[in-house]
Design a protein around this ligand. Sequence first.
Ligand SMILES: [Zn+2]
Length: 239
Amino acid sequence: MLRAGAAVATGLALRPHLAAAQEAESGFDADVGLDPGHSRVDVGASGDGVGEFQHTLDVTLRIKPLLEAAGVRVNLSRADHAPLSEMSHRDPTERTRIEQEARIAAVGRARVYVSVHFNALGDRRVGGTETYYNADNFGAESWRLAGALQDGVVAAIRAYGYATPDRGVKEDLRAGKPYGHFFSLRGGMPSALVEGLFLSNPTEAALLTDDGVREAIARGYVGGILEYFAASGLPLETP
Ligand SMILES: [Zn+2]
């Protein structure tokens, strides 16, 4: 829950019927830009017959109503399986950059940007949950957002009954991407990218076919995001 009292004390309380006016005043189009990673063209990882792009949209569409019920305004980068760009550039890095820039633009001006992903590695034994941030983009805020999300998602998966290994919060440059920072973490706002579980791990891929674990992961994102805003004293108030 958000601390309404703290928000009132700062004179920034936001009641639902005032939300639109106050958001206009603040210059933000949304509190959270939510990005379901990949698309039917760039499917990402896959496991147990399901593509990462399907799981990410499923989880995103579970997160959105939960956040909205808590008074958080959400804009999605995509709401179906189509990419936002042509995805036709012959250079894959350029193709990724163009698509991710389109997604960041699609959410408008948001207080934070959260990208929903699942992981994969060649070693199928590796499993767990990890979250990335870009130290060069609102570094301290992004790190705090990433930490809140990592804690929220790990706790929710564990509460559901799977003892996911906590792989921690990581700087994206250390992920060894040839093009540097993740393109999805370069928008002009605090940003984090959560890799919920590993689709390359047979146990975790099977687990993800269970609606209950995807719902738990969604609740984990919501807990993390609400925790981040509460700690920020941002002008949100539960309806
Ligand atoms: Zn991904």
